[in-house]
Design a protein around this ligand. Sequence first.
Ligand SMILES: C[S@@+](CC[C@H](N)C(=O)[O-])C[C@H]1O[C@@H](n2cnc3c(N)ncnc32)[C@H](O)[C@@H]1O
Length: 320
Amino acid sequence: MFNQDQEISDKFHPTESIVVYPGDCLDLLQSIPDETLQLVVTSPPYNIGKEYEKKLNLESYIQQQAEVITECVRALSPAGSICWQVGNYVDKGAIIPLDTVLYPVLSNLGLKMRNRIIWHFEHGLHCSKRFSGRYETIIWFTKTEDYIFNLDPVRVPQKYPGKKHFKGPKAGQYSSNPLGKNPGDLWVIPNVKSNHVEKTEHPCQFPVELIERLVLSMTNEGDWVFDPFLGTGTTIIAALRHGRRGAGAEILPKYIELAHQRIQQELAGTLRTRPMGKPVYDPFEAGNSLTVAPWYQQENEQMTLLEDRSPYESDAHEDH
Ligand SMILES: C[S@@+](CC[C@H](N)C(=O)[O-])C[C@H]1O[C@@H](n2cnc3c(N)ncnc32)[C@H](O)[C@@H]1O
């Protein structure tokens, strides 16, 4: 559907297919007609003092988010979905899960929550006064009861695909769906840290595969997918990859530039990404030598020596 020569527009117009707006998301939203967007998916600033955010008190932060969410709801199609991906706000060591404080904002706008997806990953800061955070959430809301949800394109392999009905009229037939099973609401997808193939200088990029699953299940081809806090353009990339249109806003020039580069690479078919559905790397299965701790190795060798020596030692004791 899209080719290398496709233009990236810096303004929204319904006849465009790719929009990267260099500025505040509220300004871009104002130019988007009512009921245009099929999916809004974003990871907003978490108010934890990153370079692109001014740390606000929690009430001001929620107020600011509410303004953006309200505009997104206006621009959302009746069959549309909003997915807000958030972690924790940390206040003097105490955590406040942002989904809990944003839930009332979305539900007071009349949206219905469909899932609270736990996104589990294995890399991040090591905490010393609490357990290290290894998940964030995606809260998924729809505008009406009549929303798009395509399960088949995002099914995953069953654990026991060869299982058969053992009684009843279907006895002997395979019991599972040949297209795979529902992926559930706990998603194990590596986050984009230093060794990830998609890593750029942005501190908190979405992995493309995370957004692909949302795009495939919540939109149809040609639909608009929108990200008010676009960062490096991941949402647009996932949308274009599956024949959808993509739009978003970003305030920092270096990320706008990165978004342009990555989208162009996607159009040219040269963007390297982690494939959807690829199993998470298991260092033990891969035979990675670093999985054996050197101190255990030494200890084990000593233990073996001690075990070998023990009968002689007891003999020696008897001798005395
Ligand atoms: C958490 S990051 C999103 C990263 C993105 N998901 C990606 O895959 O690269 C939030 C982004 O929002 C941008 N931002 C912050 N306030 C904004 C605003 N008012 N309008 C548009 N972008 C904004 C920041 O510069 C930052 O790049």
